[in-house]
Write a protein that binds this ligand. Sequence first.
Ligand code: AMP
Length: 361
Amino acid sequence: MKIGIIGGGQLGRMLALAAYPLGVLPVFYEQTPDTCAGQVGPVIGGRFDDHEALAAFAASVDVVTFDWENVPVDSVRPLSGHARVAPPALALEQSQDRLAEKNLFTRLKIPTPGYAAVDSRDDLDRAIARLGLPGVLKTRRFGYDGKGQAVLRSARDVERGFTALAGQPLIYEQFVPFEREVSLVSVRARNGETRDYPLAENVHESGILAVSSAPYTDPRLARQAAKYVHRLQEAMRYVGVLAVEFFVHEGRLIANEMAPRVHNSGHWTIEGAVTSQFENHVRAIAGLPLGDTRPTGHSVMVNFVGRMPRRDVVLALPGVHLHDYGKAPRPGRKLGHATAVMPTVAARARVRRTLLSLRRT
Ligand code: AMP
């Protein structure tokens, strides 16, 4: 069994590392030559808009998946003539455009921040008149890790934010003064069976995930999140891992965005759940039985962004697992993470402080 992974970043790399033990062989398709997934599996080099090369790639594997949601939909859609494609191209399409995504949430009665499409300065003024300040102006496409967005709090921010982002389709969203951010990672099999991981609580710094702790125990919110995510999975006939990020505001969930792939807020599952999100994604797309998603303890995962801490220092910490993605350091780039799985919430809080201090050393 061979899976073709379009994109060769750290997510593809961790998918490959989960696939091998199942006897499933990964092969990557990537347009940047120096890819970190290439350290763990074969890479076919080619552009994401080279339909012929992609068709040949798809014809050489049993199932095609991706580790990046910005692969052009037009390149992915024809591949279903050559191999199974999972998650479906529809999920890519919906998540590539923040407006399409929010419209889908709204259609499925999943609450979102108030939002409006913005294509001109007039649109923005109308949106602000209707939705008020503060708000967040975001590019509809190609935004990730806080890139392509500006928080607007005053008239001066409006001018500056619009100037910085104008020239591409935008969306204006109400700013949600959230109590916390949580995410639900869920896997759906070809036969429609779903399994959910527990909620993770996430803290972002400068728009980039810094820390995830799981389980975040709130049975009412977990049930509500699962209901919303299952609606999305069913509407899209989804196969594979889907992650949805929510704000918690006044005790209620407000959906921020979804990712049609394995997700950074699910990295803790490698050591902290019976079956990791990566293994379950491979199982789902390969048509194999899903694995147990239950947590094995109280996990905390800390991202290393821009620079890695010293390996010997991290590995000297009892019970701490290091993941170095093998990437060249660059400001704002996710280079690795560390996870600890503890027996109690109190022990997790202690190790969280230690792991956070590694980000600063
Ligand atoms: P995004 O790329 O949309 O996931 O945004 C990255 C981070 O920016 C989120 O995880 C939030 O911490 C913050 N953010 C984005 N949109 C909003 C919003 N409408 N209200 C408050 N915070 C936001």
